[in-house]
Design a protein around this ligand. Structure first.
Ligand SMILES: *[C@@H]1O[C@H](CO)[C@@H](O)[C@H](O)[C@H]1NC(C)=O
Ligand SMILES: *[C@@H]1O[C@H](CO)[C@@H](O)[C@H](O)[C@H]1NC(C)=O
Ligand SMILES: *[C@@H]1O[C@H](CO)[C@@H](O)[C@H](O)[C@H]1NC(C)=O
Ligand SMILES: *[C@@H]1O[C@H](CO)[C@@H](O)[C@H](O)[C@H]1NC(C)=O
Ligand SMILES: *[C@@H]1O[C@H](CO)[C@@H](O)[C@H](O)[C@H]1NC(C)=O
Length: 472
């Protein structure tokens, strides 16, 4: 199969650089590396494999593999976590290999993986952090509620399980939570920040490695769907749903101060956005790490930053080690980029736009060579049962943006005694409020926004769209 190449011009503020987006994998539907033909036939007959019910969703890269999740949103999904070789060979629609094994993907076995939306992999020690929502068939009227939501840590280098942690009911509801995305913070011995997209009790779940405890920070104004942003169109599909926070990204740990010293930040910005919202918000990590802000069902009362409006609703989001955010703009079939050292309202740029190739950009992953890989999955059609498996539906698209994941910062190490302090000058006191020259239009959270504000931002974004070609 010949894959299309998409060429996009990157448009930076001062200089203009070229970047190519290249389709590297393309599937009509996904299939798996079955143990043998009999097992495959049995799964088809018993409908434990229904090809059109399998959709790829989350993407991460680690040491030569792409790790790809296949959430169990509908029946007939034989494995929820898989991988493929990253190196390109002739097979552009490879079979997915269940990871860590077929056995660990057994449905209704609560020690195995049930419904994985996203994972994060720590490049320092090869630990894969897997969020498993527990509930399956989440798109059906009555989801299967057999296993509790849990966090699993799996050492990819040693191929062994490190941790299995079931969330308590007050943190993630057995029947009602939806663990969506995860970032890792290596401060102290380490924390995971997980978005719970739950319709009933959305929030950011914090897990502390040191204490093996979890809690949830709630803030309805910024974490729940904005009713004025609940309806949008992706190509010919109209989406109408109130979806709470989903995407999350972690700001860099190291910042350069005005006198050019490197500063180790204790308080990092944690960016997030509800799916049904045009706003980008952040909360600082020291707030998340303090369980006192998580009083049961209580709302966090302190400061949440509202950076203002994006051009559309987003679901995938990732930040690089220099603080540049990449995110999807679903209704615009676009990928946007914002350097967080510039004001949000003027600093956002669309770097790729294509109705055909960028229909629902769901996830992003950095590798170790500066490539950003984008997973596109037409979730809009999948939800409404309109995926046509005679066409290409899922794609991985790559661009070399010369950046690395937020996890690759120089000080990266869970063990603080070996932190590379020679290179750094950690401030004894926490960083003060980032200077106003860095993040300008920061305001307290306010609800909603006028239509004129929306269209102004839309046109601002559209003027920064640059040329794009599709070559067959
Ligand atoms: C799925 O993959 C198996 C090999 O694992 C192959 O034999 C089978 O034909 C494939 N089925 C479809 C529908 O592509
Ligand atoms: C889960 O919640 C839904 C509605 O909120 C309810 O209809 C269903 O019976 C519950 N399932 C279980 C197993 O408790
Ligand atoms: C990743 O980037 C390197 C250059 O840094 C390039 O050689 C390689 O082909 C890229 N990988 C993909 C999948 O494009
Ligand atoms: C599915 O796609 C094929 C190939 O593009 C097309 O011939 C067919 O009409 C489509 N089916 C539907 C129901 O749209
Ligand atoms: C982070 O939050 C804490 C607790 O609310 C606050 O004391 C601190 O000033 C905040 N820092 C930044 C940089 O916003």
């Amino acid at each position: 199969m010949i894959l299309a190449t998409i060429i996009v011009l990157f448009c930076f503020t001062a200089n203009t650089a070229h970047a190519k987006f290249k389709v590297i994998r393309e599937w009509n539907y996904v299939n798996f590396t079955w143990q043998n033909p009999e097992v495959y036939r049995d799964n088809l007959e018993q409908q434990t494999y229904i090809p059109e019910n399998n959709i790829i969703a989350g993407l991460k890269y680690f040491q030569g593999y792409y790790y790809i999740t296949v959430p169990r949103m509908k029946p007939g999904v034989p494995a929820t976590l898989t991988r493929i070789l990253a190196e390109q060979d002739k097979d552009t629609s490879p079979l997915l290999e269940p990871f860590p094994s077929w056995e660990m993907n057994t449905l209704n076995d609560c020690d195995s993986l049930q419904n994985v939306q996203n994972v994060e992999i720590d490049p320092g020690n090869g630990w894969m952090w897997i969020i498993d929502g527990g509930r399956t068939q989440t798109l059906s009227k009555s989801p299967e509620v057999k296993c509790k939501p849990k966090l699993m840590v799996f050492d990819v280098l040693k191929m062994e399980q490190v941790l299995k942690y079931e969330f308590p009911e007050e943190v993630a509801m057995f029947n009602g939570s939806f663990l969506y995305d995860i970032v890792l913070d290596n401060t102290e011995q380490g924390y995971a920040y997980i978005t719970d997209n739950s319709g009933k009790d959305p929030g950011i779940i914090v897990y502390s490695i040191k204490d093996q405890k979890s809690w949830k920070i709630r803030h309805s104004q910024s974490m729940r769907a904005d009713p004025t942003a609940s309806t949008f169109r992706v190509n010919d599909i109209s989406i109408s749903a109130s979806l709470n926070l989903a995407s999350i990204a972690l700001g860099p740990r190291i910042r350069t101060s005005s006198d050019n010293k490197l500063i180790l930040m204790e308080e990092r910005e944690v960016y997030y956005s509800p799916l049904s919202s045009l706003h980008l918000y952040s909360i600082n990590s020291s707030v998340l790490r303090n369980p006192e802000f998580a009083s049961q069902n209580g709302e966090y009362q302190g400061t949440v930053r509202d950076y203002g409006m994006k051009g559309s609703q987003s679901v995938g989001m990732v930040m690089d080690s220099a603080g540049v955010l990449y995110y999807s703009l679903l209704a615009l079939n676009s990928i946007a980029r914002w350097d967080s050292t510039t004001p949000f309202q003027t600093g956002q740029k669309i770097i790729a736009k294509d109705e055909r190739y960028l229909e629902w950009v769901n996830s992003f992953a950095f590798d170790e060579s500066g490539n950003l890989t984008i997973l596109v999955n037409r979730l809009d059609k999948f939800i409404y049962g309109q995926l046509n498996i005679s066409e290409s539906n899922f794609r991985l698209i790559v661009s070399n943006v010369g950046a690395k994941s937020y996890l690759h910062d120089e000080s990266y190490n869970y063990d603080s005694s070996t932190t590379t302090e020679k290179k750094l000058e950690p401030e004894p006191t926490p960083e003060p409020e980032p200077s106003t020259t860095k993040v300008a239009p920061v305001s307290e959270v306010k609800q909603s926004s006028s239509a004129s504000e929306k269209s102004a931002i839309m046109s601002l974004l559209l003027t920064s769209v640059v040329m794009m070609y599709s070559i067959r």
